[in-house]
Design a protein around this ligand. Structure first.
Ligand code: GLA
Length: 381
């Protein structure tokens, strides 16, 4: 894959890249829609990555090509770059140049060749992978000396302000900072992080990812509306963020909120608790105990936060009925992927059960794979 990245770069740009950088997609084990509420998340990086072959240009231009694009080179001058001037997939990498310059870093042009096996629109953070691989490349090409969390914040800024998606920081932090064999426990307020060892295979378990192939799009307004609802609720409760509402105060707080905001708050508060419980079980080596927590998290996203859909609900139901210890949708929702915690012997039976449930429902055949916690952004050549 790496040799291919080098030869593909040569074919498009002529000459060799200075290096190739890779950044992964992610699944979130638990802690959904908590990141923009200053809460807690627990993602793992996937083995699937976006690779960026890159070389400096001295003329202030960015020339971009993607194997997943339309076969043309995007050629843009950095001078005069502003949100709104670049559309489509190029906005993600170009946004990283913009965010770095905005933050005062001296970044010039570059030739970039992008290739990716992170499924897009599947809730697996293909955008964060693209942003973080670009950020890692520019960090070294221009000797910026930024740390992995600093690169993640640049990538998030690119997505928020240049692409225009008001996402939290989880996906970029996962893609930039995760390590092999561990989940990333992140406090999204302090950005304090801990790598929690997660060797599912040694414990006899597997994590299935079920991509329902219902394309989700965080840019369509529903995500922004949920975020605004949470921020409004915090304001009504006199809090900086919903993270500051302790579980013991939940019932009283719910009574003070309008009907449409109460369930959002209930989800965020109980979800932060589920992250804490999950961490306790992982620290105690009790992996099977995660199952019911995952399924309870799904019910909360479905009934309170309302970001599930028929396909993700059916995947969870069918997986659990076929013996998964627990399952939930992962990522922003409105489609995308489901994760299921299964015993090693249950991988095929659970995958088959989900496929068999999808067929009569008239849903597209889901794509199922097992995920192992993998490394974050790095140089690969
Ligand atoms: C998307 C966003 C993240 C996070 C999740 C929901 O993946 O990019 O910041 O809010 O949704 O947990």
């Amino acid at each position: 894959m790496i040799d291919e990245a080098v030869s593909d770069f040569e074919a498009v740009h002529g000459g060799r890249p200075a290096g190739v950088w890779a950044a992964p997609g992610r699944v979130n084990l638990i802690g959904e829609h908590t990141d923009y509420n200053d809460g807690f998340v627990l993602p793992i990086a996937l083995p699937h990555t976006t690779r960026v072959g890159a070389r400096r240009r001295e003329d202030g231009r960015v020339r971009l090509y993607s194997s997943q694009g339309d076969g043309t080179i995007t050629d843009i001058a950095l001078d005069g770059l502003a949100p709104g001037v670049v559309a489509g997939w190029s906005a993600y990498p170009v946004g990283v140049f913009w965010a770095l310059a905005e933050a005062g870093h001296a970044v010039g042009g570059a030739d970039l060749f992008v290739d990716s096996d992170v499924p897009s629109g599947a809730g697996l953070s293909s955008s964060a992978a693209l942003e973080c691989a670009t950020a890692a490349a520019l960090n070294e090409l221009y000797g910026l000396g930024l740390s992995a969390p600093e690169l993640a914040l640049i990538a998030q800024r690119a997505e928020n302000a240049f692409v225009g998606v008001p996402c939290g920081v989880m996906d970029q932090m996962a893609s930039a900072c995760c390590t092999d064999g561990a989940a990333l426990f992140l406090d999204t307020r302090t950005l304090e992080q801990r790598h929690v060892p997660l060797d599912l295979e040694a414990a006899g378990f597997r994590l299935l990812v079920i991509d329902t192939r219902v394309k989700h799009d965080l840019g369509d307004g529903a995500y922004a509306a949920l975020r605004a609802g949470c921020e409004r609720a915090a304001e009504l409760l006199g809090l900086d963020a919903l993270r500051d509402l302790p579980a013991v105060g939940l019932a009283a707080a719910l009574e003070r909120l309008p009907e449409e905001l109460a369930p959002l708050v209930r989800h965020v508060v109980t979800e932060n608790q589920r992250v804490a419980e999950t961490i306790e079980h992982l620290d105690g080596g009790r992996i099977a105990a995660l199952g019911p927590i995952l399924t309870a998290g799904h019910a909360s996203l479905r009934d309170d936060f309302r970001v599930s859909c028929a396909e993700t609900d059916l995947a969870v139901e069918a997986a659990v009925a076929a013996g998964a210890l627990g399952a939930r949708m992962t990522g922003g929702g409105f489609g995308g992927s489901v994760i299921a915690l299964v015993g090693a012997a249950e991988v095929e039976p659970v995958a088959d059960a989900v496929r068999s449930a999808f067929r009569p429902a008239g849903f597209a055949e889901p794509v199922v794979f097992t995920a192992v916690p993998s490394a974050g952004a790095r140089r690969v050549a």
